[in-house]
Design a protein around this ligand. Structure first.
Ligand code: AMP
Ligand code: MN
Ligand code: MN
Ligand code: MN
Length: 280
């Protein structure tokens, strides 16, 4: 049987993506995606518009979000929530709290960037984000490129915004416990996003997976736009060992700014159980 073209991780202008929810869905449909989840950072606000367009196009749609959590010693980990009820009170309230820290964090980031000669970054990032509760490092990156300090968004992270760089500030996101409780309470499935992107040792990584599983987490992104072949093999092994459902998501943010376009990834290894077996 032909594998389903599922893309269960992407972003719209409701967080740090470049396309409005309806445009994003249209593009996914044009790319041959058959099952799509919109997973804006700590936000559910784009889901109604995306679902309406998906219904018009006959594209199956999953309500999602990508929840930012803090883990261990100043690590940020992302948990993709799939199949949530966007009206679930604890999830709505929890995400609201997570977003409320972004504005003050942006102010601290801008103060640090100012010291190294990048001026006006708070206002600049806010102009890209449109809303202080949504302002992210991606919006800072776009401003910094615009100001000519870096050639593209990727190199902004390498020089200015990644952990250990001048514009990076520590921040407390949600806890893993809270995020998994909100997702479970909203009837959703929690999936570890892009596990290849965390700077964790192999043993720290296993601690994360164990804690995630113990707290009710059920899935892992085996295929992510940012995963190389060896990472796909590694996280396939992890999925087998921990009994996780396997997910597939591009993490698309916009044309020219992402690793891969919507739906343009290899298929999951055949022996893994796709997370969408639990969603459709
Ligand atoms: P924040 O939630 O404000 O910390 O911003 C994180 C966002 O920055 C991620 O969701 C990505 O969209 C983007 N990002 C993080 N690291 C990189 C990178 N190395 N290259 C490009 N974008 C990145
Ligand atoms: Mn992002
Ligand atoms: Mn992420
Ligand atoms: Mn993402």
């Amino acid at each position: 049987m032909k594998p389903l073209n599922a893309d269960l991780h992407c972003h719209s202008t409701v967080s740090d993506g470049l396309l409005a929810p309806a445009e994003l869905v249209r593009r996914a449909h044009g790319n041959g995606v058959e099952l799509l989840a919109l997973t804006d950072h700590d936000e559910l606000g784009g889901l109604a518009e995306a679902r309406a367009m998906a219904d018009d196009l006959g594209l199956r749609f999953v309500d999602g979000a990508e929840v930012s959590i803090s883990w261990g010693d100043d690590q940020t980990v992302h948990i993709v929530a799939l199949g949530v009820d966007p009206a679930a009170a604890a999830l709505v309230e929890g995400l609201h709290q997570v977003r409320s820290g972004r504005d003050a964090r942006a102010g601290r980031m801008a103060a640090e960037l100012d010291k190294v000669g990048i001026h006006g970054a708070y206002e600049g990032a806010l102009r890209h984000a449109g809303n202080p509760a949504l302002v992210s490092r991606s919006h800072f990156a776009r401003y910094i490129v615009e100001q000519g300090h870096a050639k593209d968004v990727k190199s902004v992270f390498d020089y200015w915004l990644a952990r250990g760089k001048p514009g990076y500030v520590q921040h407390a996101w949600a806890t893993l416990e809270d995020a998994l409780r909100w997702i479970d309470g909203a009837g959703g499935i929690a999936v570890i996003a892009h596990p290849g992107r965390y700077r964790l040792s192999a043993s720290e990584r296993r601690e994360l997976f164990s804690a995630f599983k113990d707290l009710g987490g059920r899935g892992i992104e085996v295929l992510s736009g940012s995963h190389k072949d060896d990472e796909v093999r590694e996280f396939s092994r992890i999925a087998r060992e921990f009994g996780f459902f396997a997910s597939r998501g591009s993490d698309f943010h916009g044309p020219g700014e992402s690793w891969v376009d919507l739906g343009r990834m290899p298929d999951l290894p055949e022996d893994l159980t796709p997370v969408w077996s639990q969603l459709v």
